[in-house]
Design a protein around this ligand. Structure first.
Ligand code: ING
Length: 311
């Protein structure tokens, strides 16, 4: 009997600085209801799904910055989403800015959580690959200050048994790094959920805009195929206060094929009834890690951070 999971990716259109969390949660609830109406019992929402992509703004006042962060989850604004999910028995992935107080320290993380169909938070991931810069770039059309506003995730790339599958998480820029998928692939991941906010314009180098979508999909498809896992990627996209971000939310099969893709840059639900066993044949053959990997030759991957040419 093939294990199946009817899953959805819920893409969000723009969230503007002036949009309240309550207004955003109403949109998330509408998307959850639509996904449930199509039979989905798991929904992936985007990265930083409760606010605008605030790392585009230069801020120095910590109180102003902290206004974009959640101190607890669920909280008053998000509780309606959790309650509806529990009522409809739909699990979800949600990205948000987490202000954590742990062992007397304050941590600021770009976080995602996994919520089971009974409403319990069963997993948390804190973004490890933080792109962009920490100092103000006065000549740039906008900033990308994730290295300023977030701490590097401190909980690694883990997997959880959820929705009758082995599920992992990552966030946005993580999807560009093969290590992200492989660390979860080595734990037997069958479904990786991720959200992203990807600006159309590259502020560091003039680059044809079509490459944004190409590199986005290339990263998802390669990661899925090379680790025999489903990859479900949810965009927050469109022009937030005039700053465009790419759409391209997608559900990618373990074969690397795109099984569903969003067509708009607005709130949109895509769904696929996943065959959770589809990756098995790849794990038994071409990507039988135990049989084919030669870790004695991979040392540099964990011992060397940057490029060092010795010839
Ligand atoms: N956004 C972008 C992303 O990785 C980026 C940043 C875009 C980095 C393109 C490099 C190239 O999709 C986030 N939030 O990571």
């Amino acid at each position: 009997m093939t294990r199946r999971l009817n899953a959805a990716v819920a893409q969000l259109g723009p969230i503007h600085l002036a949009d309240s969390r309550a207004a955003v949660v109403r949109r998330l609830i509408a998307l959850l209801r639509e996904a449930h109406g199509r039979g989905a019992c798991f929904v992936v929402f985007p990265e930083l799904a409760l606010t605008t992509f605030f790392p585009r703004w230069w801020m120095t006042d910590q109180a102003e910055i902290d206004r974009f962060f959640e101190r607890e989850m669920p909280n008053a604004e998000t509780r309606p989403l959790f309650d509806l999910a529990e009522e409809l028995r739909v699990g979800f992935y949600l990205g948000y800015a987490e202000l954590a107080r742990e062992r007397g320290d304050v941590g600021h993380y770009n976080t995602s959580i996994l919520v089971e169909r009974d409403g319990r938070i069963i997993g948390r991931y804190r973004k490890i690959h933080l792109p962009g810069h920490a100092e103000h770039l006065p000549k740039a059309p906008f900033q990308h200050l994730e290295k300023r506003y977030f701490d590097v995730g401190n909980e690694g790339f883990r997997v959880w048994r959820a929705y009758d599958a082995i599920v992992g998480m990552c966030i946005c820029n993580d999807r560009r790094w093969s290590e992200t998928y492989r660390v979860m692939g080595l734990q037997g991941v069958e479904l990786i959920a991720l959200g992203y906010n990807t600006p159309v314009e590259n502020i560091h180098h003039r680059e044809p805009e079509h490459l944004r979508m190409f590199h986005h999909l290339l990263s998802l498809q390669a990661g899925a195929y090379q680790n025999a896992t489903w990859v479900l990627a949810a965009a927050k996209c469109g022009a937030e206060d005039g700053f465009p971000m790419i759409g391209g939310s997608a559900i990618v099969a373990p074969t690397g094929e795109i099984a569903a893709r969003a067509l708009s840059e607005d709130d949109e639900v895509i769904t696929v009834d996943l065959d959770l066993d589809l990756g098995d044949y790849l794990r038994r053959t071409v990507f039988n890690f135990e049989k084919h990997r030669r870790i004695e030759h991979y040392r540099l991957i964990t011992e060397r951070t940057g490029i060092k040419t010795e010839v």
